[in-house]
Design a protein around this ligand. Sequence first.
Ligand SMILES: *Cc1c(COP(=O)(O)O)cnc(C)c1O
Length: 332
Amino acid sequence: MTAAARSLTDSIALPSYADVEAAAQRIAGVAHRTPALTSRTANERTGANLVFKAENLQRMGAFKFRGGYNAIAALTPEQRRAGVLTYSSGNHAQAIAYASKLLGAPATIIMPLDAPAAKVAATKGYGAEVVTYDRYTQDRLELGDRLAAERGLTLIPPYDHPQVIAGQGTATKELIEEAGELDVLLVCLGGGGLLAGALLAAKALNPGCKVYGVEPEAGNDGQQSLRKGEIVKIDVPKTIADGAQTAFLGNYTFPIIRDLVEDIVTVPDAALVAAMRFFAERMKLVVEPTGCLAAAAAFTGAVPVEGKRVGVILSGGNVDLASFARFVGEGS
Ligand SMILES: *Cc1c(COP(=O)(O)O)cnc(C)c1O
């Protein structure tokens, strides 16, 4: 049975904040407690009080290490020995490759043929086996299910998994613990693992905080899904935010987002480039295009932030140096 068909027949148990707390224990001392950074210039530009959670400084360069490590650590020793499998456009692949190496589990990774070279190389560098597919014509869910069945591997998908969501929620837990109460939290949105986890943590620790998802303009399936009240599937969007090129939300992530999110907004790719330049120039941070989505929502006014205390998750910093140079060079 395919993953999609399975989800229609099973009733699923959604993760809760207790799962985020359990994840925080599993990753303690392994994942970095990344810094919460501020910028006077960013505050002056927006009239807000912004706190940036720098997951670009997380191990392997993105928050995905949290969910990947948590999901593998939560397996039985037998499952870990047999190995794990995943499909990913990049950062989740690296997270699973790296976490499985730390936890002694063999990893098989299904990656798109056109994934960024740096991400493919890093994944192989952690010792994982990489299997490629064409993301414009082939169904990675089907391929993943088939390989998992053939090889006896446990599939850990990039976002639609309770332990992945719980792990991603630890970033928001740390941010609120460190920064205190927030009026608004801005979170980028691909398949919704990071946003769903953020919602579980924020609603438990800071119920008054309004949490917004931010998508690339070219791929607003999350926004459409929220408006329609059901998961809307779109074609793989063409955007520089490669970490948010997902075509649909998941069966775990969607209900959490639908019930708890304030709204989902979009920003154009040009705003991501402007934000990348800002982080490089003013805060000395390398943030990948997808990692700039949340900040761009504050900078463009897609979410009104003036006079508010605002958490912004910088989700990752994995970008080819050649692309980075091209992006930050634009318009200068
Ligand atoms: C995966 C990823 C996202 C999107 O996360 P989802 O959990 O799929 O919504 C955003 N930014 C970066 C850097 C990522 O790697």
